[in-house]
Design a protein around this ligand. Structure first.
Ligand code: SF4
Ligand code: SF4
Length: 386
């Protein structure tokens, strides 16, 4: 890639979609596309992009589809990224997102390496999982996924395993039971996500808020019982109070997060985007550039002193709004239901609820040593991309 093509934000975190193939066929999947694979040339350019600017830390995430269907490619890219990181004195963290349905012995050996962190997706209790996370023949996948989860729990320290709970609106009323079930299977770090592209009713949204408050209560009770577990969004809130710098500090010259450096996704066709989903023919509109040609001109003015940030940030906001509008458009007649699905994610991922809960826990932790354990557990768990 030419120097001009690499001009633009210093990319410290990149999500690489090597394939959109998947061995599951979840009912709500927005990504699965059996035809799309990233070629070797584009994958090599992705590493060029990631290592174009020096940084103390870099973050490479393999996602899909199911990235472990391309284990040999994942391993080769990980080796190459490690070599580049060593040469440039960069601390590299590799993340692998998997559905956990086909964790072979070779895959587990690769995932056990100590610079790899694993994010496995589950639905919670077996009936809730199997209702939506299915194999192509329509049968539930929990029987396979539970083996994968058990192997990961046995082989990885808790700090390297994150369980994403995909919350379907029809399961919102069981969220607390689902998290408890996964705790019983050895999970200790959770990322709760409302599934995208499925409308929520007002009642389901209310259930979610109630259940989530219950899960936060369970996290406090578990800490008091000496066995804390981490809710990622709550943990992010607590980090603000502890003053611990998250693993990735993506602040730009204005001390604010730059989305182009921490939310960047490379699609198999080489499109660079800030969004984990795309809308068919409009995909190019929502991209910020391409692996083969670099960032779009409007995102190439990045300057170390932050002078270009205000204008650049405005462009990102415009892009985000257009993307949000496309999401609502996709809802057809149920825009309100889609709006609730968006809000459900805000609640679970980044909401005022988490900030308020973190504030309360932090205040109590000053006088209650048991609660400090929860703060410490959250502290030891860094942000993970994806
Ligand atoms: S595991 Fe992910 S990519 Fe595969 S079908 Fe399910 S939602 Fe889609
Ligand atoms: S917001 Fe600022 S740091 Fe981020 S890409 Fe734009 S100009 Fe660069």
């Amino acid at each position: 890639m030419s120097a001009r093509a690499l001009a633009g934000p210093p990319v410290d975190a990149l999500e690489l979609m090597l394939t959109l193939r998947c061995d599951l066929a979840c009912t709500y999947c927005l990504r699965h596309d059996p035809g799309e694979e990233m070629g070797e040339g584009l994958a090599a350019r992705a590493l060029d992009l990631l290592f174009a600017a020096p940084a103390a830390r870099k973050d490479l995430t393999f996602t899909g589809g199911e990235p472990l269907l391309r284990l040999a490619r994942v391993r080769a890219l990980a080796d190459e990224a490690r070599a580049r990181a060593r040469r440039s004195g960069t601390r590299l963290r590799l993340n692998v997102l998997t559905n956990g349905a086909a964790l072979t012995a070779a895959a587990l050996d690769f995932l056990e390496a100590d610079d790899v962190r694993v994010v496995i997706t589950a639905g919670g209790e077996p009936d809730g999982h199997d209702a939506y996370r299915r194999s192509a023949d329509g049968r539930g996948s929990w029987a396979r996924v539970q083996k994968g989860l058990a192997a990961l729990v046995a082989r990885l320290p808790p700090s390297r395993l994150l369980v994403t709970v995909a919350v379907h609106p029809e399961r919102a009323h069981r969220l607390r039971a689902d998290v408890r079930y996964l705790l019983g299977r050895g999970a200790r770090n959770f990322n709760l996500c409302a599934v995208f592209g499925v409308p929520w009713t007002a009642r389901q949204a209310e259930s979610l808020a109630r259940e989530y408050a219950g899960v936060v209560g369970d996290a406090v009770a578990a800490a008091r019982g000496g066995e804390p577990f981490v809710l990622q969004a709550l943990g992010a809130g607590l980090k603000r109070w502890t003053g611990t710098t998250p693993h990735y500090d993506y602040s730009d010259a204005h001390g604010t997060h730059c989305p182009l450096t921490y939310r960047l996704v490379a699609w198999p066709d080489g499109a660079l985007s800030l969004n984990p989903f795309r809308f068919g023919a409009r995909a190019a509109e929502f991209s910020v550039g391409r692996l083969d040609s670099g960032f779009k001109a409007e995102f190439r003015a990045c300057a170390a002193d932050g002078s270009a940030c205000p204008a650049c940030r405005r462009r990102v906001v415009v892009l985000d709004r257009a993307y949000g509008a496309a999401y609502m458009e996709a809802a057809g007649t149920d825009a309100e239901g889609f709006r609730r699905s968006w809000q459900a994610n805000v609640l679970l991922c980044d909401g005022a609820v988490n900030r308020a809960a973190a504030e309360r826990i932090w205040a109590r932790a000053q006088r209650e040593p048991a609660l400090r354990r929860l703060v410490e557990a959250c502290d030891s768990w860094s942000d993970i991309v994806g």
